[in-house]
Structure formats: C-alpha cells, structure tokens
Design a protein around this ligand. Structure first.
Ligand code: ZN
Length: 140
C-alpha cells in the first residue's frame, strides 16, 4: 500500500468545490474538457470494492449533483468513469487513490474528435462462446 502521506488525494485542499461526509469534488487537473471533475472518497482506497455502502452512496450523490449542474451548461450528457488500473504506476495522470471522473460530453466533442472516433475498430461482435464463458465467470 502506498504511503498515504504522499497521496495528493488524501490531502484535500482549497481546490475542494463540494463535499459530504465521506467524499469530495475537485476539478481534474489536468483535465480532458472544461468541467471535468473528480469525485474522491476521503479515505484512501486502492480497490473500488473496499468502499463502504455509505461511501458509494455519498460518491454517487456528488456525481448526480455534478451532472445536474454541469450538463445544462457544459454538455448534453456525461461520462462517469472509474479506472481501476493497478498495473500502471502512479504519475501526474494516474493516482492510485480511487476516484470517479465526471466528464461533460456533447455530440462529436473534443474527446470524440481526438480519441473516440478512432475506437470504432476495437468493437468485436460478441459470440456465443465468449458470452457463455463470461456468463460462467459472473454467475459462478
Ligand atoms: Zn490517498
């Protein structure tokens, strides 16, 4: 486990825009689009499933509040992402302390035009063998 003293998300500062008992909101810096926000649990977790039910509720309450305020002004929709990538080293673009991205989106916006329009080739039609294999993993 990382030393929480060196974790930038363990020390919320004047950048905090909204908060509740267990989570807070800051603007992502760097950001992908204007209004790109981060919702961060106050407690240091490396694995999403470590979050308590109360923390999950608090996090999603902040996410929904952000959607209410950001979508009418900065987008038509919103992406909510949580990237769990323990295989990547922490850097200025990747912080181990789990967090959720809230990213206002619009039709053919900057993210679409720079990244997503090139992603269409990675989609593969789901076949029965794969469907059954994944279904077995999930259902046990
Ligand atoms: Zn932390």
């Amino acid at each position: 486990m990382r030393n929480v003293l060196s974790c930038p998300f363990c020390q919320p500062n004047e950048r905090v825009l909204l908060e509740n008992e267990t989570a807070y909101v800051v603007m992502s810096n760097p950001r992908k689009v204007p209004g790109h926000m981060l919702v961060i649990p106050k407690k240091h977790y490396l694995i999403p499933k470590e979050l308590s039910q109360n923390e999950i509720i608090d996090i999603f309450n902040l996410i929904f509040k952000l959607e209410d305020r950001l979508i009418p002004e900065l987008g038509i929709g919103c992406d909510i992402r949580q990237n769990y990538r323990p295989f990547q080293k922490q850097s200025n673009l990747k912080i181990d302390h789990i967090h959720f991205h809230v990213i206002p989106r619009s039709f053919k916006d900057y993210i679409y035009n720079t990244v997503e329009k090139f992603e269409t080739d990675i989609f593969v039609k789901l076949d029965d063998l794969e469907r059954k294999s994944i279904e077995k993993l999930i259902k046990g």
